[in-house]
Design a protein around this ligand. Sequence first.
Ligand SMILES: NC(=O)c1ccc[n+]([C@@H]2O[C@H](COP(=O)([O-])OP(=O)(O)OC[C@H]3O[C@@H](n4cnc5c(N)ncnc54)[C@H](O)[C@@H]3O)[C@@H](O)[C@H]2O)c1
Length: 249
Amino acid sequence: MSSQRFTGKVAFVSGGARGLGASHSKRFVAEGGRVVIGDILDEQGEALVRVLGSAARFVHLDVTDESSWRDARSAAEAAFGPVSILVNNAGIQKLGSTLDSTLEDFDAVVKVNLNGTFLGTKTIAPSLIEAGGGSIINVSSIAGMLGLPNTVGYVAAKWAVRGLTKASALELGPHHIRVNSIHPGRIVTDLTAGLSSPIRPNQLIKEPGRPEDVTNLVAFLASDESRFSTGCEFIVDGGRYVGENEPVL
Ligand SMILES: NC(=O)c1ccc[n+]([C@@H]2O[C@H](COP(=O)([O-])OP(=O)(O)OC[C@H]3O[C@@H](n4cnc5c(N)ncnc54)[C@H](O)[C@@H]3O)[C@@H](O)[C@H]2O)c1
């Protein structure tokens, strides 16, 4: 990777200890930036930071807890100064339909995916304002673009993340902060390890999605290359959202 789009920039990635968040964190450092990784997985987060070196820090963060976010912001600023890129990436999924999901499971999914994104934006956006502006990337899903059965809390939360993104874009725009949502299709990570084939039937590109595919989009949205885009949905799903791939007759 020859370009250095993040020189002088500080990024914060929630849920960055593994999976997609780890991939994004590595890219920020590879392109000259510094990154603060917040996660509940302390061991994995610390191990990643050892690999990334002095341009990375790990901070214990539970995205559902406002005081944990406040501590994370203080730790990030103490390490590297104001943050100008926030990736609200932490997410969980629980399988279950409307009829058989418990309220506890529904709530747990909403709390991490939606409340976590709200709290992350509320707590870290003032740091972006202090930095003079920046970019927030909210990780939704293809499940925030269409309905999927058997994962009701996840679909509800990911659609709500899309709405939250638009409200935040309008409110933070005057502070030179862009806010966009991304919508990956199925990507091979721990989250999807137990699910069926990595290639969905509707997918036009018949290859498994890789973390780098999503990271390429995150890097674009985090960088000044996307300066004219805010409040938008960006899909990276191998062509799954195009439509029903069946003949009319
Ligand atoms: N993998 C996919 O196919 C896919 C598709 C669409 C969207 N996404 C979204 O991408 C994001 C990352 O997913 P992934 O595939 O890397 O999953 P993953 O399970 O590998 O990583 C998720 C990370 O979030 C962290 N996390 C969970 N709860 C947390 C909490 N309360 N506080 C802080 N951190 C917490 C986990 O510890 C983990 O490190 C999620 O928001 C997910 O919904 C993934």
